[in-house]
Design a protein around this ligand. Structure first.
Ligand code: NAP
Length: 259
């Protein structure tokens, strides 16, 4: 399917690895020029070089922490006018509801709620002025069904979801579509770190931890970054113009709900 976005320009945050990279590659395959971001310059430059040589699109790489004000300013300055924004950042650490201090909550809210909101506030005026835009926020299945050990994620991402629900409906008439993409368990470094937590907590091997978590998913496997990216690219396409303020869950059926 032609996604109809060849020649558009996208900022994909936190995209040297994992789900962000999957989104960047799928957009590049559709002919979109990219601004990529991550904190570590080495992996970021390697990903940028791979995408340039594989898909022949223009790629600008900006090494910066997207959750900091300075980092965002550097990324946005390099990005210039963008048609597509994919927000993403690392997730908050796991723990127990009783573990977290006010500072822990502020850090999670900064990273997973206020950072994407600031990026949207920066990008939306230009999209509205040009009459076309797509925003996809990478959030988590935890906004639909809380994950007990990820209370910081449950809290911060639900706040972002509320902001998007209201804002998406205010900008839709301008040709700008904002939606969220909710990963369940995917095969990335983040999954390895969560498997490590399960393995340590239960005194089992990494393979056993993975098999146990795969057993909780009706598809009986982890999702891939390529599948995730393909869905993101569709949500950024010309075909998704009637999708407004939605929360698209990719979790292999793990959340047991009718709607
Ligand atoms: P990942 O494999 O660990 O990749 C994270 C990417 O983001 C890397 O490129 C990393 O590069 C970059 N990054 C992290 N923090 C950053 C920051 N502050 N500023 C800029 N770049 C940053 O993670 P993932 O699995 O793709 O997950 C992406 C998001 O989806 C996370 O928020 C995660 O919590 C959420 N999620 C993932 C899953 C899953 O199963 N994978 C499930 C639910 C939710 P640097 O480290 O070099 O910055």
């Amino acid at each position: 399917m032609d996604l109809g976005i060849k020649g558009k320009r996208a900022l994909v945050c936190a995209s040297s690895k994992g789900l962000g990279r999957g989104c960047a590659e799928a957009l590049a395959e559709a002919g979109v020029d990219l601004v990529l971001n991550a904190r570590g310059a080495e992996a970021l430059e390697a990903t940028a070089a791979h995408i340039r040589s594989t898909y022949g699109v223009e790629v600008t790489a900006v090494a910066a922490d997207i959750t900091s004000e300075d980092g965002r300013a550097a990324v946005l300055a390099a990005a210039g006018d963008i048609d597509i924004l994919v927000t993403n950042a690392g997730g908050p650490p796991p723990g127990l509801w009783s573990d977290w201090s006010r500072d822990d909550f502020i850090a999670a809210i900064d990273g997973n709620m206020l950072a994407p909101i600031a990026l949207m506030q920066a990008a939306l005026p230009g999209m509205i002025a040009r009459g076309w835009g797509r925003v996809v926020n990478i959030t988590s299945g935890s906004v639909k069904a809380p994950i007990p050990q990820l209370g910081l994620s449950n809290a911060a991402r639900t706040g972002l979801t509320g902001f998007v629900a209201g804002t998406a409906r205010q900008v839709a008439e301008k040709g700008v579509n904002i939606n969220n993409l909710l990963p369940g368990i995917h095969d990335t470094d983040r999954a390895v770190s969560l498997d490590t937590g399960v393995s340590k907590a239960q005194g089992i091997t990494m393979d056993e931890a993975r098999t146990q978590r795969e057993g909780t998913i009706p598809a009986r496997r982890y999702g891939t970054a390529a599948e995730f990216g393909a869905t993101c690219a569709f949500m950024c396409s010309q075909h998704a113009g009637f999708m407004v303020g939605q929360n698209v869950l990719l979790d292999g059926g793990a959340i047991n709900a009718t709607i």
